[in-house]
Design a protein around this ligand. Structure first.
Ligand code: SF4
Length: 260
C-alpha cells in the first residue's frame, strides 16, 4: 500500500513538522518509545472521554480525579512496562500530580456537567481524490443553532501564532471528513489546551472551506508521494525534536551525538 493511500491528521502533521520523523514512523515503520508526556496525554484524554459516561451532576472534578487514578491503574495492569517509565516513586508521584493538574485546568476552562456532547472518540472516514481520510474526533458537540462543533483536547502548551494554524489543520481536516461522511454542518472548531494556565482557542468554520481543505490535502499527499519516490526526507530540526522518539538515530543530530 502506498504511504499516501490512507491519511490522518497526525500523519499529515508529522510530515509537515518533520519529513524525516514521518519516514522513521511510516516508511521504516519504527515504533516510538513510550514517553511519559504522551502517556499522560492518553490518560487525560480518556478521563475527558469517560467522564461523559456519567450523568451531568456526577461530572465533578473529584470524580474526574478518582477516574484518572482508576484508569491509570488499569493501564498499568494491561501494560506493566508503563510503570518502568519512571525512575522512582517520587517521579511517578510527580507525574500523576501533573496529570491531575491537567484535569483541574479542564474544569477551569469548561463545565463538563453542562456540555451538550453528542459523540466522543468518534471514528470518521471518507474517500477523496487524494486518499482515504480518517481520524478519531475527541468530541462532537451540538450547538444551540443545530450546527456542530468539533473539540479537540491538547495536553501540551498552547501553540504560538506560528503553530496555531497548524494545530487547527487537524480540526479543519475533521470538518471535511464529517461533512463528507456524515453530512453534518460544522461551524466551530475548538482546541482545549489543558497545560499551564489552559486556553480555549476557537475558529469559525464555513461550509465552503471544505473544498479548500480538500485541495490542501491533495497538495500535501502529492508532496508525500514525491518524497517517497525520491527517498529524500528532510530532517527539520526545531522544537518538535524535543518530542521526537527518534533523535538517537536522526542524521540531523549525529554531530551532537558524536561530541565528547
Ligand atoms: S530529531 Fe528532530 S529532525 Fe530528527 S527526525 Fe526527530 S523531529 Fe525530525
Amino acid at each position: 500500500m502506498s504511504v499516501v493511500e490512507r491519511l490522518s491528521p497526525s500523519k499529515i502533521n508529522m510530515f509537515r513538522q518533520c519529513p524525516q520523523h514521518f519516514a522513521f514512523r511510516y516508511i521504516e515503520r519504527l515504533e516510538e518509545p513510550d514517553d511519559p508526556r504522551l502517556v499522560r496525554g492518553t490518560l487525560v484524554h480518556e478521563v475527558c472521554e469517560r467522564l461523559f459516561d456519567l450523568p451531568p451532576h456526577e461530572r465533578t472534578r473529584p470524580v474526574a480525579v478518582a477516574l484518572l487514578h482508576r484508569l491509570w491503574e488499569r493501564m498499568v495492569d494491561a501494560e506493566p512496562a508503563l510503570a518502568a517509565l519512571f525512575a522512582d516513586a517520587d517521579a511517578a508521584g510527580e507525574w500523576i500530580v501533573s496529570a491531575e493538574a491537567l484535569v483541574a485546568t479542564w474544569f477551569r476552562l469548561e463545565a463538563p456537567s453542562t456540555v451538550a456532547v453528542q459523540r466522543r472518540e468518534l471514528f470518521v472516514e471518507t474517500t477523496t481524490e487524494a486518499a482515504v481520510l480518517s481520524g478519531i474526533i475527541d468530541r462532537l458537540d451540538r450547538l444551540d443553532d443545530g450546527t456542530w462543533a468539533i473539540t479537540d483536547y491538547k495536553t501540551g502548551p498552547a501553540p504560538g501564532a506560528r503553530w496555531e494554524l497548524q494545530a487547527f489543520f487537524q480540526l479543519r481536516f475533521y470538518a471535511l471528513v464529517v461533512a463528507r461522511s456524515l453530512g453534518l454542518n460544522v461551524t466551530l472548531l475548538r482546541l482545549v489546551h489543558l497545560a499551564r494556565n489552559g486556553e480555549v482557542l476557537e475558529l469559525p468554520f464555513e461550509a465552503d472551506s471544505v473544498d479548500n481543505v480538500d485541495r490542501q490535502v491533495v497538495q500535501l499527499a502529492a508532496a508525500m508521494q514525491r518524497a517517497s519516490e525520491s527517498g529524500r526526507w528532510h530532517a527539520n530540526v526545531g522544537r518538535q525534536c524535543d518530542w521526537c522518539g527518534f533523535r538517537d538515530r536522526c542524521p540531523a543530530w549525529s554531530d551532537a551525538r558524536s561530541e565528547p
